[in-house]
Design a protein around this ligand. Structure first.
Ligand SMILES: *Cc1c(COP(=O)(O)O)cnc(C)c1O
Length: 372
């Protein structure tokens, strides 16, 4: 059996281990320390967000944003339905109600459906959590304008899109808050971790306070409200610093991989790749595409036989058993993408020959005219 090709495995650079060693030498193994501060600084410098808070996951970062914005029981929060559960679960942590907004032909949240809902709803939602999907930017300027017009907070879930820009500006920096994830399969990984960013210093300081058990600034332990144990460890932040040094390279390699897939599959009429919006530059974190005739599950199984990992697209949240009974604004776009789509191996160590091999397996297993 040939070596397994994973969907999007970690890819360490030259310096991560060296920085971990420095942490060990300093004995600042305990959470917090110099590298946590450096990692926050480095995200600020790279993205252009004014303030950053390193935490233990992207999901925690979203949760902190909701807490700081005062989202509470009974509040309505609009969310992208075509996303990963980590984007939405924090709404439930706050006992608020997610309301799911469908995608448009860009695969991303539909500004049109968003606006229609806001024009017609009887109860004003408090916030929107919009996901930048698969490393690509949403139509974020338009979405930010709509949120301003209707006076709702905007949280950008840029977990998958660190390195992507819209109009030259980084995803995650348009809204009131942005978050990034450093989970194992993301373009930058610390094995697990996340970052909350904002231009509002007071909010980031409040989030910092909540993320360290909401300890009041006294010598003894004094608590007026409850917080969380959400901070990132200094050891993992050291990995993050090393990864930041190679991020640009990784983005370019992900885009290269996408261009190889495009090249090898361009003659297949039933295949459509996820679009890239005009004015934006995505990272192509995962190369994703849809089939018009072939059942993607057949392709996934065929690739599996060659020890190649691939996955269906996200199953939309509004059709998850967990969310039956919740409101959804949908024209069935994301449900249809889910049925037709696939995520292909996009690890940044892959070579052109690997992509060719994957494409050959796909071509050998296309449907012979059956419709799904
Ligand atoms: C990965 C991811 C998250 C969650 O990040 P974690 O760091 O794993 O908690 C949230 N939203 C989206 C869209 C993601 O892909």
């Amino acid at each position: 059996m040939s070596k397994k090709i994973f969907l999007s495995p970690p890819h360490m650079g030259k310096n991560e281990l060296k920085y971990i060693k420095k942490v060990f030498e300093s004995n600042y193994i305990a959470p917090l320390g110099e590298y946590v501060d450096k990692f926050e600084e480095s995200i600020v410098n790279y993205t252009g967000a004014k303030y950053a808070l390193a935490v233990n996951s992207g999901t925690s970062a979203i949760h902190l944003a909701l807490r700081v914005l005062g989202i509470k029981e009974g509040d309505d929060v609009l969310v992208s339905t075509f996303t990963f559960i980590g984007s939405v679960a924090p709404v439930l942590y706050q006992r608020a109600n997610p309301i799911f907004i469908d995608s448009d032909e860009s695969w991303q949240l539909s500004p049109k459906l968003l606006k229609e809902y806001l024009q017609n709803c009887k109860k004003k939602p408090k916030a929107l959590i919009v996901t930048h999907l698969y490393g690509m930017s949403t139509d974020i300027e338009q979405i930010a304008d709509i949120c301003k017009e209707f006076d709702i907070y905007l949280i950008e879930d840029a977990a998958e899109s660190l390195g992507a820009t819209y109009d030259g500006k980084h995803t995650g920096t348009f809204g009131d808050f942005g978050i990034y994830s450093f989970n194992g399969n993301k373009i930058l990984t610390t094995s697990g971790g996340g970052m909350l960013v904002s231009n509002n210093q007071e909010w980031i300081e409040k989030a910092r306070f909540l993320s360290t058990q909401a300890k009041e600034p006294y010598l003894y332990y004094e608590h007026k409200e409850y917080g969380y144990n959400y901070r990132m460890s200094n050891v993992l932040a050291a990995i993050g610093i090393g990864q930041m040094e190679v991020l640009k390279k990784r983005v370019n390699k992900k885009r290269k991989i996408f261009s190889w897939y495009e090249k090898f599959l361009k003659d297949i009429e039933e295949i459509d790749f996820m679009p890239e919006l005009e004015n934006s530059r995505g990272t192509r974190w995962l190369t994703t595409l849809t089939f018009d005739k072939t059942n993607p599950i057949d392709i996934i199984n065929a690739l599996q036989k060659h020890n190649i990992e691939s996955r269906p697209l996200w199953k939309p949240m509004h059709i998850q058993p967990l969310f039956l009974g919740y409101k959804a604004v949908t024209d069935k776009t994301s449900a249809s993408l889910f049925k037709k789509g696939i995520c292909l191996p996009s690890g940044t160590r892959l070579k052109k020959e690997d992509i060719k091999k994957i494409c050959d397996v796909i071509k050998d297993n296309l449907s012979q005219g059956n419709t799904i």
